[in-house]
Design a protein around this ligand. Structure first.
Ligand SMILES: [Zn+2]
Length: 196
């Protein structure tokens, strides 16, 4: 089962990160994290050991594309829908690849566990999902969660429930706002508060 962002911050995150005294947190999204720029986040926690990096694609919302996609679905124009979907997916995948390259150049320390928060939305879902799994395998103690939107949730839930059950990711969180910008921000702020 999944968390909603508020729930994750209150109960999922403290459970997942209990007992860590150092953490390399990375927020990776081909969209953006609301209110945060790309790069190192300045944290002023009294407790040491927390590093937070945001790696975003700063993808603008593809409002036009989404509008056409919705129109195609409503009017039953399957071929138009497929064309637009393929185009949006190609744009999403490309943005995701750039984000992954930036994350991997972060310089993770072998002895510091990673806390990865990866946004895997509607476009580029598979790509982002594979990346989240690979991030978790970098360090033994690492934790990785996926934030996704509720578009096509039935299909994504099957995949994500199986991934949690098999331990390839730790949790997933569903936001009802496409793009995940606000959800990512809530988790990031929640992490800072939790760390203390
Ligand atoms: Zn969505």
């Amino acid at each position: 089962m999944y968390y909603e962002p508020e729930e994750f911050v209150l109960s999922g995150l403290p459970k997942l990160l209990k007992g860590f005294d150092s953490l390399d947190a990375v927020f990776a999204t081909y969209n953006s994290v609301h209110g945060y720029h790309d790069g190192l986040v300045h944290v002023y926690n009294s407790r040491q050991g927390l590093r937070i990096t945001v790696q975003s694609g700063c993808q603008p919302c593809h409002k036009e594309g989404n509008k056409i996609l919705r129109y195609a679905m409503v009017s039953g124009n399957i071929s138009l829908g497929m064309r637009v979907y393929d185009k949006l997916q190609a744009i999403g995948d490309e943005a995701q690849s750039l984000v992954e390259a930036k994350v991997m150049s972060n310089g993770f320390q072998a002895d510091t566990p990673i806390f990865g928060v990866v946004y895997a939305g509607y476009t580029s879902f598979q790509h982002s999902f594979q990346f989240a799994k690979s991030l978790r395998s970098i360090n033994h103690d690492s934790k990785v969660v996926i934030l996704t939107c509720d578009c096509d949730l039935e299909r994504k839930s099957l995949i994500l429930d199986a991934a949690v059950a098999s331990g390839t990711i730790d949790d997933y969180i569903v936001t009802f706002m496409c793009g995940g910008n606000i959800g990512m921000k809530m988790i990031l702020n929640g992490l800072i508060d939790f760390w203390g």
